[in-house]
Design a protein around this ligand. Sequence first.
Ligand code: GLN
Length: 220
Amino acid sequence: MTQQPAPPHLPTLGILALQGAYEAHARTLATLGVTTRLIRTPDQLLTPDGHPSIDGLIIPGGESTTMLKFLERNGFLDSLTTLVRTLPTFGTCAGAILLANDVQNPAQISLAALDITVERNAYGRQLDSTILTAPTKLPGGPLEMVFIRAPRITRTGPQVETLATRDDFPVLVRQGHLLAATFHPELGHDPRVHQFFLDLVSSTLSKAISDVGSFENTSP
Ligand code: GLN
């Protein structure tokens, strides 16, 4: 019998489901055929042998202060801080605030992974929730963006690429394996931002597989 090649590893994405808009992310990912797992406790992040149990993580929008309160229990914040150093992670709105190195208005602690400064609730009252269409570097033309009490990214570090802006401030940024949006792509009708994150997860996975392959080829 001829041996069949191993089927490609399809990514499983975790969605932090402590509070906020996590169901909408699960729905968008389902339309892209992705398997998702809702993450509510730190032990769900790792397999028994200590490897990440998911190939990527989404930290949804909601209220970052409330999420932090949940994360401060059971060592969740520490586990997540370590994991997002290497695991592809996409933060939307409050999730972007949690990923940022520097949080202002007011200052609060974070996972400190993404080299940006964010100012919380930075758009005035009238503009605090709005839907607009703006250009993006993602293929496929302008993108619909839903903003809800959004933060403003006021500084990006040298490793951070800006993929879309609103009034000249970045609203979609990437730094290596990390992606952050100050709007809610899961509440719009356009799956391109999720698809972009999925491509980022897949390229990280295939790099990991080829790294293992080259290690095996060089080992005696
Ligand atoms: N204003 C919220 C915060 O500061 C974020 C809002 C959102 O996620 N839509 O955490």
